[in-house]
Design a protein around this ligand. Structure first.
Ligand code: AP5
Length: 212
């Protein structure tokens, strides 16, 4: 039986960076933000309907998320799955408990990326994205010289603050939900990338051992 993890944390906490590292290690990476941005880029009716919400840094409705993430999970078979940025509300967490997530019988762990606000705001200000989706940090791990990079439409100082406020409003209820389920775990996300990765690997080893 495989693992189904969800990475929960504020914008800039490093969820996407760590989830992409797990993808390179064979996990199916399910990023709700990437899927919503793909709909917007493709100009689908749903993409047009949610574009303003995402640009403003507000939450897209639970119903849209259920449709987008639920249909993706139903169509993709994988032993190990990492959800990145989903769920973000208790409503979404309840919906997720009815979805199939790889071969896991149920969500294995809700992994909270704990990090102070000032660290996030520095990271978001320095984030750029490569043409293949690679995430770079202009200070700590900059892109190779000459690579054409872009910034996300919601990477703007005012929108960062709104996204952070939105996250903090939902965080304690979501944490209480997963503490009650006995599957909440914490990662110290302000540490250097390799140290955060080591914590994720240690948790996966622990969960794999417990499931064996
Ligand atoms: P989404 O794309 O999920 O954005 P987010 O949650 O705001 O998170 P980010 O992607 O900004 O940050 P991250 O934690 O992945 O950090 P990253 O690894 O990039 O969602 C975007 C929008 O879509 C939402 O605002 C909402 O509108 C909508 N949406 C999405 N999901 C939704 C849902 N479930 N419900 C409703 N609406 C939804 O790292 C950031 C930077 O830090 C990078 O430059 C990176 O290189 C650097 N970095 C990472 N780790 C470290 C480290 N350890 N040390 C130093 N630097 C690091």
């Amino acid at each position: 039986m495989g693992l189904c993890l969800t990475f929960i944390g504020p914008p800039g906490s490093g969820k996407g960076t760590q989830a992409k590292l797990l993808r390179d290690a064979g996990f199916l990476h399910v990023s709700s933000g990437d899927m919503l941005r793909a709909e917007i880029a493709a100009g689908t009716p749903r993409g047009r309907a949610i574009e303003g919400t995402v640009k403003r840094g507000e939450l897209v409705s639970d119903a849209v998320l259920l449709d987008v993430v639920g249909s993706f999970l139903a169509q993709h078979v994988a032993d190990n799955v990492v959800l990145d940025g989903y769920p973000r509300t208790v409503g979404q967490a309840e919906q997720l408990s009815h979805l199939k997530c790889g071969t896991a019988a149920a969500l294995s762990a809700a992994v909270f990326f704990d990090i102070p606000d000032q660290v996030l705001l520095r990271r978001l200000g320095d984030r750029v994205i490569g043409p293949d989706g690679t995430i770079y940090d202009m200070q700590l791990h900059p892109p190779p010289p000459g690579l054409k990079v872009t910034r996300r439409a919601d990477d703007d100082p005012e929108v960062h603050k709104r996204r952070l406020t939105t996250y903090r409003m939902e965080e304690s209820a979501l944490l209480a939900f997963y503490e009650k389920a006995g599957i909440a775990h914490h990662i110290q996300a302000a540490l250097p990338l390799a140290d955060v990765q080591a914590q994720v690997q240690a948790l996966i080893a622990q969960l794999t051992h417990a499931a064996a």
